[in-house]
Design a protein around this ligand. Structure first.
Ligand code: PEP
Ligand code: MN
Length: 265
C-alpha cells in the first residue's frame, strides 16, 4: 500500500532506466495535446536537449467543453511512438476510458488526470496492469482522498504510482488553480511514493511557471511536469500556460541549478 509505515525506502519508479523517486529527479515535458507529427517530434527533440527525461503528450483530452479539440486519440498515440523512436524518450499519456487500454500498449507511463482521480473503476483496472501510473490530484480533493485513489491502484497489485500535484480549486482567480506546494512535505511524511509537481496546470500562465518550478524543486519534489509548445499562441489546448522550447530551456537550467540544494526527506 501507499503508507510510509510499511515502506522503509522511497519508491523508485524505473521507466526503462529513467528513474523517478528515491533521490532520482526527472522533468516530464511536452505539448498538452499531440497535434501533428512535426509538432510532437520537434518538441520532443527540444525538450530532450534541455534535459527532460520523459515526453508527455495528450491524445485523449478531457476538455471542459465538448466542442473543444478532443485530441487525436489513437493517431496521437502513434505520433508519440514516432517521437519516442526518434528521441529515445519514454512517453506519458492520459487515459480516460479503460476500453482504450489496448491503444496504450506503447505508452510507458499512463496518466490519470485530475478529473478521473476518483474514477474508481478506472483506478481498479489500472491496478491490474504492470505499467507505472501517474496519478494527478483531483480539482478539489484532499491529500487523504488522493492517497486513497493511489490505494485503489496499488490494491490490485500495481505498486508503481507517481503522485502529481497540479493545483487545487480555491477562491483565488488570478491563477488557474492554487498550487499546493505544501503537499510535498505532507506526502513525504505519509507515503513512499514519488511526488511530482505540474506548475503549468496549477498557474495557467506561462510566465508564472518558472518561479513555481524552482520552488517545487527546492521543496524536494521528485520531478516536474511542464507543458511546452512550439507555437503557444496557436496551440489547440492550454496555449496560455505553455512554454516555448526556449523558455523551457531557461526553466530547466534554473531547476537543475537548484536541484542539488533541494530539501531532503
Ligand atoms: C493535462 O495534464 O493536460 C490535464 C488535463 O491536466 P489535469 O488533469 O491536471 O487538469
Ligand atoms: Mn494541458
Amino acid at each position: 500500500n501507499a503508507n510510509r509505515k510499511f515502506h522503509n525506502e522511497d519508491l523508485v519508479v524505473d521507466i526503462g532506466g529513467v528513474k523517478i523517486g528515491g533521490g532520482n529527479f526527472q522533468i516530464i515535458a511536452g505539448p498538452c495535446s499531440v497535434e501533428s507529427r512535426e509538432q510532437v517530434c520537434y518538441i520532443a527533440e527540444c525538450v530532450k536537449k534541455s534535459g527532460a527525461g520523459l515526453l508527455r503528450g495528450g491524445a485523449f483530452k478531457p476538455r471542459t467543453s465538448p466542442y473543444a479539440f478532443q485530441g487525436l486519440k489513437g493517431e496521437g498515440i502513434e505520433l508519440l511512438e514516432e517521437a519516442k523512436a526518434k528521441t529515445g524518450l519514454p512517453i506519458v499519456s492520459e487515459i480516460m476510458n479503460i476500453s482504450h487500454l489496448p491503444m496504450f500498449e506503447s505508452v510507458d507511463v499512463i496518466q490519470v488526470g485530475a478529473r478521473n482521480m476518483q474514477n474508481f473503476d478506472l483506478l481498479r483496472e489500472l491496478g491490474t496492469i504492470d505499467k507505472p501510473i501517474l496519478l494527478k490530484r483531483g480539482l478539489a480533493n484532499t491529500i487523504e482522498e488522493w492517497l486513497m485513489s493511489a490505494e485503489y491502484i496499488m490494491a490490485g497489485g500495481n505498486e508503481n504510482v507517481i503522485l502529481c500535484e497540479r493545483g487545487i480549486r480555491t477562491f483565488e482567480t488570478k491563477t488557474r488553480n492554487t498550487l499546493d506546494l505544501s503537499a510535498i512535505p505532507v506526502l513525504k511524511k505519509l507515503t513512499h511514493l514519488p511526488v511530482i509537481v505540474d506548475p503549468s496546470h496549477a498557474l495557467g500562465h506561462s510566465n508564472m511557471v518558472k518561479p513555481m518550478a524552482m520552488a517545487a524543486t527546492a521543496a524536494g519534489a521528485d520531478g516536474l511536469m511542464i507543458e511546452v509548445h512550439n507555437d503557444p499562441a496557436r496551440a489547440l489546448c492550454d496555449g496560455a500556460q505553455s512554454l516555448t522550447p526556449e523558455a523551457f530551456d531557461d526553466v530547466a537550467k534554473a531547476v537543475f541549478q537548484i536541484r542539488p540544494f533541494a530539501c531532503k526527506y
